[in-house]
Write a protein that binds this ligand. Sequence first.
Ligand code: SF4
Ligand code: SF4
Length: 359
Amino acid sequence: MSNIKLTIDGKTLEVVKGTTILAAAQMADIKIPTLCFLKDRSAIGSCRVCVVEVEGMEYPLPACKTVARDGMVVTTSSERLTTYRRIALDLIVSNLSEEAWKVDEASSAADTNNNQLQTLCQEYGIETASFKTAAPPKPKYDSNPFLSFDPNLCIRCQRCVGACNSAARNHTLRTGKKGTRTTISAPFGKNWKSTECESCGNCAQACPTGAIKAKVKLNYQPGEVQTTRTTCPFCGVGCQIDLKTKDGKLVDVEGANGPANKGLLCVKGRYGSYNFVDSNDRIRTPLIKNKQTGEFEVASWDEALTLVTSRLSDIKKQHGGDSIAAFACSRSTNEDVYLFQKMARTVFETNNVDNCARV
Ligand code: SF4
Ligand code: SF4
């Protein structure tokens, strides 16, 4: 595939033919604001927040929908662009509940999580909705135990639709009508059990306004949390997750862009960790059963591993390797399970290996 050259904010870039201006800018770490765009989820180009100036063009163009051409000269920030973006945001908020875009200092901790619309409105100084419409509030869909949908906060960007239908391939979210009347039909109402929805929450992760919201995640401000990239503990697929913690407490779980999951998670990976991480029932140290009392007692890792290796060695010496079976936990990663069967075959000298990941 051939390459082309373009200039963005004075920087000359070489990109593959067919690359959009937005993708070219992102490759060069040049920030263009976006709202309805989400890579691999939605590129409907409806919000017009990503407009840029292109030399020779009378009007600004949306960077997410405009393919870069050889010799193009692009400017991503100017007074004119700021005005265009302010008008675009002002129009977007015109039929929304203020909760969707206005930071209320008193309750900001409750609703600013990943709210990109609020962040943009603050950045571009949108304080009142100049084109406010008097549409009556729509009912909220709130019966699903994991997720809710508030149409009054929805900008109809369709990022959720892309996350559900194209990325997760669950094909559960629907759009209705067209243009400014577009509606999103989310399966979180009374009949949620009869829908195909898997409650995976990939739609909520994609939503830039909190219209679709995960109920179990706790409130936090973006700067307050520590993010830890790790592997999901629920099965062997190895999905990458970002755990957000505030004061040592788990407040949010997001799918990270790992090779196995590409930013997606299932219902277990997204919500299953909240309860067990801090549960009092969680076993945090090895336990060895006291044969006299029959009770389990706390042991060190050295004590536990020494006991296990000596007992397995004794059994193998007395009865041979085939008297041992190796049964791997369904929550271990694929790589750990591979190593485990390798150890069983080479050290224990048994082919009795299995894994319980077939629930
Ligand atoms: S629910 Fe969220 S992601 Fe879906 S269209 Fe509305 S604002 Fe966009
Ligand atoms: S929870 Fe998952 S399956 Fe249900 S609508 Fe959202 S993305 Fe689709």
